[in-house]
Design a protein. Structure first.
Length: 94
């Protein structure tokens, strides 16, 4: 993990961050709607089982000076939402 202790090393500009999980069908439109307004876009994708990673890497090639992408390999639970969704889905199984 990088820690930035020296604020003088930060470059000026506007940064955006996008958290992604299984949004392959929406990522390109979302990125294209904002990337030109940003100096950089950081995309963090987690535990994707669709084509999200491929789309993100393609966008990174398309906008190499703007997009930085990082895989986050750890399981993440939203505050209560993931658990509620999982329990709901389990009730649908017969």
């Amino acid at each position: 993990m990088q820690v930035f202790n020296d604020i003088s090393k930060l470059k000026p500009g506007l940064s955006g961050i996008m958290r992604v999980k299984n949004d392959g069908s929406l990522i390109a439109a979302a990125v294209c709607s904002c990337v030109e307004s940003l100096d950089e876009l950081i995309i963090v994708y987690n535990d994707c089982t669709d084509n999200s990673e491929e789309v993100i890497l393609s966008l990174q090639e398309r906008f190499p000076d703007k997009i930085r992408a990082f895989a986050y390999p750890y399981k993440v639970l939203s505050t209560g939402l993931t658990l509620i969704f999982t329990l709901f889905m389990e009730t649908l199984k017969v």
